[in-house]
Design a binder for this molecule. Structure first.
Ligand SMILES: [Zn+2]
Ligand SMILES: [Zn+2]
Length: 299
């Protein structure tokens, strides 16, 4: 792919080489997409090129790794990490809807003693905690095992959307609440003078751009944005909690964001649809592209 993006292993059915290998010893910032689909994973020939796994993004900040969301793409990242040996990982959840959480019980590093995993979220209200969400999903009769089956050292970290986080000295994370059913958190991760914003799932309101998102993403090198729908489709889905690539481009222009990745693809958007969408996006904003499984972007 042109423009500093390049394809990884494409289809993620085979464990792919982690970008740690690319950045080892460096100070760069890179993102790799392991799941780009929203709402529900999907399969079949017509979605193979962009991929059918739900939201999971790996971020490399020099030699540090962050994981954004734990959709079904997380399973493939887990397989790649197993080849690297012992792991010390942080998973930041946008929120706890199943398409962002269901990779957790299938994330193999959690079943290995000696690994450490921290799961963070900042959107829950009413006294609910991150651990409650994971335990609610992993409980009979919905699931055969509970998180107690994990052999890794698992820690849950709760914060409030809007907080600033510093998981390691060389990585700063700003957060903001998003407009979504049951809440969601947007992130901006900064390292070595560069930054990536992760803004999914969120719905815009009318014509006005969300001031909290504008402030979060201002001047970011890359914004990964909820492009579940197009502006043409949106009237049918008003109130469903998602946005459009056109609103993403408006946000990017207004906030001086350099590049934008359309993300959280609707399961009805097949490869042909996303190809056309990519062309329209690039015509509207030079730094725009459509996220697909396996894509590695160095920022
Ligand atoms: Zn979602
Ligand atoms: Zn959601």
């Amino acid at each position: 792919m042109a423009d500093g993006t390049r394809g990884g292993d494409g289809h993620a059915a085979m464990p792919a080489r982690s970008p740690v290998a690319v950045l080892r010893g460096g100070t760069g910032l890179a993102v790799r997409f392991w799941g780009v689909r929203g709402s529900i994973p999907c399969g079949g020939r017509d979605v193979m090129r962009y991929g059918g796994n739900s939201s999971c993004v790996e971020l490399l900040c020099g030699t540090r790794r962050l994981i954004l969301d734990a959709g079904t793409g997380l399973r493939y990242l887990g397989e790649a990490l197993m080849a690297e040996g012992r792991q010390d990982l942080d998973i930041f959840l946008s929120h706890a809807h199943l398409d962002h959480l269901f990779g957790i019980p299938f994330f193999r590093p959690l079943f290995e003693a000696g690994n450490k995993v921290r799961i963070w979220s900042g959107h829950l209200e009413g006294g609910l905690k991150t651990e409650d969400a994971v335990r609610a999903m992993m409980a009979p009769p919905l699931f055969p095992i509970t998180p107690d089956a994990f052999a890794a050292e698992l820690e849950f970290r709760d914060f409030r959307a809007g907080d600033t986080l510093e998981p390691f000295p060389e990585v700063a994370i700003a957060t903001a609440p998003l407009q979504h059913h049951n809440g969601a958190t947007g992130y901006r991760i900064s390292h070595g003078g560069r930054s990536i914003a992760y803004v999914t799932d969120t719905e815009h309101e009318g014509e006005a751009l969300d001031e909290r998102i504008l402030a979060l993403v201002k001047g970011a090198d890359l914004m990964i944005y909820d492009a579940t729908y197009t502006d043409e489709e949106y009237p049918k889905y008003r109130g469903w909690g998602h946005s459009t690539w056109q609103v993403g481009v408006r946000l990017a222009k207004e906030a001086g964001v350099k590049r934008i990745a359309a993300f959280h693809h609707d399961p009805l958007h097949d490869d042909g649809f996303l190809d056309r969408m990519g062309r329209q996006m690039r015509a509207a904003f030079k730094g725009a592209f459509v996220a697909r499984e396996g894509l590695l972007v160095e920022v």
